[in-house]
Design a protein around this ligand. Sequence first.
Ligand code: PRP
Length: 188
Amino acid sequence: MNADIARIVLTEERIAGKVKEAAAWLDGKFSKANTAPLFIGVLKGSVMFFCDLVRAMHTPVVIDFMKVSSYGTNASSSGMPKIEMDLSESVSGRDVVLVEDIVDSGFTLARLRELMIGRGAKTFTVVTLLDKPARRVVSVRADFACFEVGDEFIVGYGLDYAQRYRNLPYIGVLKREIYEDETKGIKR
Ligand code: PRP
């Protein structure tokens, strides 16, 4: 285990099992659709989940990505999600599936829902790896949430702290001294 991790919350095996369930749920929902649904990965956090999810599906899908940033280098949401990179595909008249790593305050999801519906998406489905309802500010919910997590500082499997830890294959709680040191300006 990485030395900066206090405790593993979700093992690689538990994540893989739930990703398969999410993929089966999506197959059930879209296997009879006339046109391939458009799967949107919200960069960067969802990238690991996104790749595992679409590979576990049998339904043909089209993929695209957006980069939305709400946190910057801080540990709490700014409330003003910024679109840093937009889609290359049009969403008009299409079944859109948004793939997130985490729904926290809900600002990002609320913004993207409004944007996709405004752009004429036929349907809008949200799949998230993690749901942290304790931190919700805006009333939004995912259609499929793999795991509900408590209000702890978690990293791994896409989730970062200051851009680090994304490539851990599991999700774990970051040791308090790691982010406390950095907020005090101590360089590690
Ligand atoms: C994270 C996460 C979600 C969003 C959720 O992205 O990937 O997109 O925050 O938070 P919210 O519900 O409070 O809006 P972040 O801005 O940290 O960027 P990243 O995915 O590149 O890490």
